[in-house]
Design a protein around this ligand. Structure first.
Ligand SMILES: Cc1cc2nc3c(=O)[nH]c(=O)nc-3n(C[C@H](O)[C@H](O)[C@H](O)COP(=O)(O)O)c2cc1C
Length: 222
């Protein structure tokens, strides 16, 4: 277990603010990184074959269940093999991009990643969640309280009965300000938020490396 798993979910490629902030993290990261880009290479929705494959003995799998189990095994192995995570997950319709939700549906498996007798295998691993958003959701903003992405991921990824990850959100806001006239007056707040997000990402790279060094003192360069 010796890599950072970076998952991207923005449809906007290099223009994505979430990706650019995640790049600030990875630029300051000196260990191995495995990347999965769900926008370029989506995993598809979890279907009946994928769900029933989990409770059907492998020897009795239909061809569809076999294919679904192979994909889930690959994704779970990649997830569990990581020592830390960066999730670049923009806010879409007050929630997460469907490609990211689909990926989560494939890896949240009772008996493999969650719902085990003891703590989840991923318990305590740092997970930096970078989520750009067009609007503003801080205290005093009209949309305050309507960000249903970070709270959902804090539960799904962070709850001790689920993945039990150490979730660290970074939320560059008001990315619509440069392109939407009614939000133009919020440009200074957008630039401040962006600057803060990049700084947080660089700081998190150092903090996460320090956490890993504590958890895995045998790693070279820790
Ligand atoms: C399908 C879609 C839905 C969106 N929904 C929201 C939303 O609910 N609230 C919001 O503030 N911005 C919303 N936006 C704007 C994005 O959050 C914004 O463009 C953000 O910068 C996208 O992240 P990215 O730059 O990493 O791609 C939406 C954009 C798209 C494409």
């Amino acid at each position: 277990m010796s890599y950072l798993l970076r998952i991207d979910a923005s449809a906007f490629g290099d223009a994505s603010v979430s990706r650019q902030v995640a790049d600030s993290f990875t630029a300051a990261w000196s260990r191995d990184i495995i990347r999965r880009d769900l926008a370029l290479d989506p995993v598809g929705h979890l279907d009946a074959a994928g769900i029933t494959a989990r409770t059907t003995p492998a020897g009795a799998h239909t061809p569809e269940q076999k294919a679904a189990a192979l994909l889930q095994d690959e994704l779970v192995e990649e997830f569990l093999g990581a020592e830390a995570y960066v999730f670049a997950v923009p806010l879409y319709n007050y929630s997460m991009p469907s490609v990211f939700k689909a990926w989560l549906d494939h890896i949240m498996i009772v008996g493999k990643t969650i719902g085990l007798a003891g703590p989840a295998p991923s318990a305590g691993r740092p997970a930096v969640v970078i989520s750009a958003r067009g609007g503003g959701y801080g205290p005093g903003a009209p949309q305050h309280g309507k960000d249903f992405l970070i709270p959902a991921l804090q539960t799904i990824l962070g709850d001790t009965n689920l993945m039990a990850l150490d979730v660290r959100p970074i939320t560059p806001e008001l990315t619509y300000a440069p392109v939407m006239e009614p939000l133009r007056h919020l440009l200074p707040q957008h630039y401040a938020s962006l600057k803060q997000a990049h700084a947080q990402a660089r700081r998190q790279a150092a903090e996460v490396a320090a956490v890993i060094a504590t958890r895995r003192p045998e790693l070279p360069g820790a």
